[in-house]
Design a protein around this ligand. Sequence first.
Ligand code: ADE
Length: 364
Amino acid sequence: MENEVGLVWEPSAVGEALSPEAVSALLCWYASNARDLPWRHTRDPYRVWVSEIMLQQTRVEAVKPYYARFLEAFPTVFDLAAAPEDQLLKLWEGLGYYSRARNLQKAAQVIVRDYGGEMPADETLLRSLSGIGDYTAGAIASIAFGLPVPAVDGNVLRVLSRVTGSRDDIADPAVKSRFREALRPVIPADAGSFAQALIEIGACVCVPNGDPKCALCPLAPRCVANRENLTGILPVKSAKKPRRIDNLTVLILRDGPRTAVRKRPPSGLLAGLYEYPNVSGHLTPDEVPAAVRSMGFEPLCSTRIEDAGHVFTHIEWRMIAYLVQIAPTPCGYHPRSGCWLASGDDLRAGYALPSAFSAYFKYQ
Ligand code: ADE
């Protein structure tokens, strides 16, 4: 197969780099070097699934406390399927990529309805569930069920790209799919340890930033990048397109001890989470009173507070903000604006506010 720079990559390159001896060396290395992680004490498919979803785009250390709290609140797939949305999102608060939590619950409801609460031990059926893509289906199938299914995420792609010396662009889904298929015939009987061993090499040895620790790597003897000094240029990964920039004005509306928050729409960015009322664009101080009145509140005085920014996958928010004292409102819920007025304690206990707004939590 020809790639962009005219070099030839054959699927057999994976079989050559991951020969039976190399796979044995990898498994042996994993048996004595695996990190002791909470989700490695179980093969319960539900727990493996929750861990894999949380670990997408998220560091292991950040996941640990969320994993423990989530399973305490929802010990079974039935508990997750029946959970109120606000409780689910509150447990995910701060972890980011909230569609993961919503998809997890959607899939849990299908597992309860169609599979009697048992996760299907089948790659294709797993793949059909909300939020489960090729990687996650492979991770659950191999780790929980021991099935010979590849689990190729970005870290594993980096390892495969280096051991085979491939110059193919790993951002190209076709390249990922080629690596996945090339890996199938190489998977040993202990498919779960093999999947986790490749993940572990990617996370701890064949690292993305800085020099890989080839001296510690069980795959080094057959690794093309190591042999030919290519670790600095592999993997090849094309740049993503630039993010859209959205300017926002955040209004921290305070009625004595209470702060106004509203629920975001049920789909799209940060769906179903709470936010401080905000408007598109950067308002000047003169424009603030009219914006507050248009929400049905009476502004008393306003102060510009600090700016903040937040980077999402495809969008970047650049926020300016005003702290606005408003005339007292009689009830907790304010229908005209769709806002709830709640104390700081109530907000912390019951409303999932994404960390995009964390610069403003101190004002509530
Ligand atoms: N990243 C994705 N899956 C993982 C796992 N099972 N252990 C550690 N890091 C991971």
